[in-house]
Ligand binder design. Sequence first.
Ligand SMILES: NC(=O)c1ccc[n+]([C@@H]2O[C@H](COP(=O)([O-])OP(=O)(O)OC[C@H]3O[C@@H](n4cnc5c(N)ncnc54)[C@H](O)[C@@H]3O)[C@@H](O)[C@H]2O)c1
Length: 267
Amino acid sequence: MDEQIQQAFDLSGRVAVVTGAGGGIGRQAALTFAGAGATVVIADVLGDRLDETAAALKDTGATVSVVPTDMSRKAEVDALAEAALAHHGRLDVWANVAAILRHNLILDVPEDELDAIISVNLKGVFFGCQAAGRAMVAAGRGSIINIASQGMDHPSPLVGAYALTKAAVAMLTRTVAVELGPQGVRANAVAPGFIPTPMTAYRWNDAEGNVDPERQQAAFDLMSSLVPLRCVGEPLDIALAMLYLASDASKFMTGQVLRPNGGGSMP
Ligand SMILES: NC(=O)c1ccc[n+]([C@@H]2O[C@H](COP(=O)([O-])OP(=O)(O)OC[C@H]3O[C@@H](n4cnc5c(N)ncnc54)[C@H](O)[C@@H]3O)[C@@H](O)[C@H]2O)c1
């Protein structure tokens, strides 16, 4: 491969924080950043799944720090940034991946569910941008990557509360880009289409959490039929878009929303 191209995507010597790293996309993002040479600091509220991600990273020889974090708690998010700086001396990339999905019609969303969705999906990303932004402004460089969703592009029943947080994340991303760009800090978002992960597995898991292959195939067929590319995505499709945004390959890009979604929305 041409050296200039390789260098553009190289994260060697960089430190990347990934939240929601116990999940499907966060785990793959951590593995992909590490595969590009980064030291990764992984965070999630679920300790078991975080440990599984850490084990997968260690198997590849990656340098990894594990920081259990509830993104809805500002003090824990600040502590995550402090841990990255304390352990590794720098903070180059911060990916806000953690989120929760709940299903209810707007008329039926209980207040505590609305609070929970906003706390993780919006306030958690906000706190992440603040903590990362402060460290990156001090260093005069850095890339923040927020995960939105195709759900921000068009209204769908049952996921209204989730979708509004994702639309807000896109606006937050643009504002961070405007405020921190002059200080060398970029902020972009990725809005994935349908990706099989623990978040979407309710479509095919039985009550015990085991995969029902027939329901899984039916879900894949349905979701594929809705997009021009006639397929579902995979976590690596999202992680590679994130690698682009994390690396110097995207050094002229800020305030944008990338949409790896099979063509499911084209606003
Ligand atoms: N899978 C899809 O089809 C899809 C589509 C569009 C957007 N997304 C977005 O992609 C991101 C990753 O989703 P995924 O599909 O990998 O889901 P996932 O459920 O597999 O992963 C999400 C992770 O976030 C963690 N998390 C939840 N609350 C947290 C908190 N308070 N603090 C820290 N961590 C917390 C969970 O424990 C989980 O490990 C999310 O932002 C999601 O909204 C997913």
